[in-house]
Design a protein around this ligand. Structure first.
Ligand code: FEO
Length: 167
């Protein structure tokens, strides 16, 4: 069994991952309305990844004999002017989530909860990749600047992203 405190913290993380999914779904919708189908695809795959993260926490809580308690999911920002605004927000959000994961690792350490500590290591690594990917794409959108052609080339590339369920 997880301690009450650890279970509550992991429950909150289920909610944060679902909020992340919601945020990226909102960005996908914004991209669709801007006519950027490739960007919309990239953010919809990001949505799928976040739902998979939520389910990893969900399954882990139950595997420890505790019960998931779902909470209200906050409404995300729903309108974005440009891919630049979206990737700025994406990078900032992934930095925020990284801080949350590190907070959970600290709590698992404080509680001598080695199972949860080990479970969280996947997320520590995943957040390194998430921040790097968001940072790279932000740089590329910044480099595209006002060039419609560069943005369309990137849109075509991002149309190729495919969701791979995490192991
Ligand atoms: Fe679930 Fe993008 O971190």
């Amino acid at each position: 069994m997880l301690s009450e405190k650890m279970a509550q913290a992991l429950n909150i993380q289920v909610n944060k991952e679902m909020y992340s999914a919601y945020l990226y779904m909102a960005m996908s919708a914004s991209c669709t309305s801007l006519g950027l189908k490739g960007f919309a695809n990239w953010f919809m795959v990001q949505y799928q990844e976040e739902m998979a993260h939520a389910m990893k926490f969900y399954d882990y809580i139950h595997s420890q004999g505790n019960q998931v308690k779902l909470m209200v999911i906050d409404q995300p920002q729903i309108d974005f002017d440009s891919p630049l605004a979206m990737f700025e927000k994406t990078l900032a959000h992934e930095k925020f989530v990284t801080g949350l994961i590190h907070g959970l690792v600290d709590l698992a350490g404080d509680e001598n909860d080695s199972s949860t500590y080990a479970f969280l290591q996947w997320f520590v690594k995943e957040q390194v990749e998430e921040k790097e990917t968001a940072g790279n794409l932000l740089n590329r959108v910044q480099s595209a600047g006002e060039s419609e052609e560069a943005l369309m080339n990137l849109d075509t590339e991002l149309a190729g992203r495919v969701f791979h369920p995490p192991a």
